[in-house]
Design a protein around this ligand. Structure first.
Ligand SMILES: Nc1ncnc2c1ncn2[C@@H]1O[C@H](COP(=O)(O)OP(=O)(O)OP(=O)(O)O)[C@@H](O)[C@H]1O
Ligand SMILES: [Mg+2]
Length: 500
């Protein structure tokens, strides 16, 4: 359960929060002054604090300073009146997570709070390395006994204590983000912040300002000065995910900040000095990008000081039974149901599959199997046909080279592109039921074009589901990224972008 503390002396604002964030898995408490907020903070231990800057008694800035005396991590978001950016910048320097302008842009506010809650989970949810995490309820495990994973654990242990830049590589779903968090949590910087930024999810034109900040008026749409993630992560750790998607000009600035610890906000020539540990990840082979001049060679070497390569799941079959049991335990906890076991044949099918989506795909398959299985043993029939079907069996006989080529494509293979006949994959009862109600609705709205509407909605919702990350949305939809881009254009879907 996430916990949010709202500190504001205006009753209306507290009321608005009560209504806006009334959700089952979020617990909220209200304080009407900085003093009250401080005393609640210790008792309630919120994951995120949102607080007004201007309050009677202790101001937001004073309260923030007091919070930071004993808690350097909990994300604190400040609310400020439009135009009062100077104070907002002051707040960022004091260690605020971000600020929002009043009156609120509600979707932006919600997005920010969800981001902050995620950042808080990243910082606090422990990541352990052991194989048996049954006793630890709220812990994320990196499971693996295979040799390549043992190597990974060793490296994590070795690099965690230093400030060395780490480059984590591996196919999609192999656990790169998990490893980044483990390094952070085992590092001396774990008392400070860990912020993650996904370079593929932010349009190229905005990434530079997201990282380095900008001065008011430095480009169209820059209506307020903004402090970037580097400044925000002072003394902390910054995780740059999908770094292969960074444009060349931004790479140049990156190189400089890694070399000298300084940079300038966009539209300013005043250097800002920061002390930030960078962990980067990519699922694209960066060496290739270097060869084709899409990625700076000097930056590549600067990032590649320590390289942690996560092996694809199909190369560590030994870990599959461990992971399967780990996920089954996890879902029995989540769904509050007795533990289930797995039939030998089903386990063999899982071990024979080539897992293009790696551990994430295995996790999804196990979740589905847990839910659909009738008894307390997971059977082969509870697994999706791509795992057990003839296509799965023949694909395990494909040459290794072939597999690697297919798996390194940036999207999953869509039906019809992979040679898998979509008609052999009958819709589940759930989908059947959904379609029935959709047709029912369409009969009552003959004026609306069903296909394009559904298609547009699918694309929109998929993007929302993955916070705008096109690579992930394409994978979710089972289409290539190029096809997704065409759909975005065709339906004029504008992604929500945080400019200020
Ligand atoms: N070794 C592991 N043990 C347990 N869970 C794992 C392991 N590796 C990955 N996972 C789980 O699989 C999912 C995907 O992991 P993660 O997000 O770290 O992958 P990723 O490499 O960053 O993927 P992408 O390239 O798609 O961003 C997460 O839910 C994570 O908890
Ligand atoms: Mg990732």
């Amino acid at each position: 359960m996430d916990k949010l503390l709202v500190i504001d002396d205006e009753t209306d604002v507290r009321y608005a929060f009560k209504r806006l964030f009334d959700m089952p898995d979020l617990e909220m408490r209200m304080a009407s002054s900085g003093e009250e907020g401080l005393s609640l903070l210790k008792e309630f231990q919120p994951n995120v604090v949102i607080m007004d800057i201007r309050m009677n008694g202790m101001s937001g800035l004073q309260t923030l300073e007091a919070i930071r005396q004993f808690d350097t991590r909990t994300p604190v978001i400040l609310m400020t009146a439009y135009g009062a950016t100077q104070t907002a910048i002051e707040a960022m320097k004091l260690g605020a997570y971000d600020y929002v302008l009043k009156p609120f842009d509600i979707p932006k506010l919600q997005k920010l709070i969800f981001q902050a809650l995620k950042a808080s989970r990243d910082m606090t949810k422990p990541v352990s390395f052991e194989n048996d995490t049954a006793s630890l309820d709220d812990e994320l495990g990196i499971i693996g006994r295979s040799e390549p994973m043992q190597e990974v654990f060793k490296l994590i242990g070795q690099v965690a204590s230093s400030d060395a830049t780490v480059l984590i590589t591996g196919e999609s779903g192999t656990g790169k983000e998990l490893v980044a968090r483990a390094i952070y949590q085992h590092s001396p910087r774990s008392e400070h912040s860990f912020l993650a930024i996904n370079c593929a999810a932010i349009p190229e034109s905005l990434l530079e300002s997201e990282l380095f900040g900008h001065e008011k008026g430095s480009f169209t749409g820059a209506t307020q000065t903004r402090v970037g993630k580097f400044e925000q992560s002072h003394h902390g750790t910054l995780f740059l995910d999908e770094i292969g998607d960074m444009s060349l000009p931004t790479q140049t600035k990156m190189l400089r900040v890694l070399q000298s610890g300084t940079f300038e906000r966009l539209g300013s020539n005043k250097p800002v000095e920061v002390d930030v540990r960078v962990i980067a990840a990519t699922n694209q082979p960066l060496e290739k990008a270097v060869a084709s001049k899409q990625f700076r060679e000097d930056l590549f070497y600067r990032l590649n000081v320590v390289r942690i390569e996560l092996p694809p799941l199909r190369e560590r079959g030994k870990d599959i039974p461990l992971l399967v049991h780990y996920f089954l335990r996890k879902f029995s906890r989540i769904y509050k149901q007795p533990e289930k076991s797995i039939h030998q044949d089903a386990l063999l099918a899982l071990q024979g599959y080539r897992w293009p989506g790696n551990v994430r795909e295995l996790e999804n398959v196990m979740q589905r199997a847990f839910v659909v299985s009738k008894g307390d043993i997971i059977l082969g029939s509870d697994l999706p046909s791509e795992v057990t079907g003839p296509a799965a069996q023949s694909s395990t006989r494909l040459g290794k080279e072939n597999l690697q080529r297919e798996a390194s494509r940036d999207t999953a293979i869509a039906p019809g592109e992979s040679g898998v006949d979509p008609s052999s994959n009958p819709a589940s009862d759930d989908i059947d039921a959904m379609l029935k109600s959709l047709f029912h609705w369409a009969r009552h709205h003959p004026e609306l074009p069903l296909m394009p509407m559904v298609e547009r909605e699918l694309v929109r919702q998929a993007l929302r589901e993955v916070q705008g990350n096109q690579v992930k949305a394409a994978r979710l939809l089972g289409m290539t990224r190029a096809t997704l881009r065409k759909r975005i254009e065709k339906f004029d879907i504008r992604q929500e972008i945080n400019v200020d």
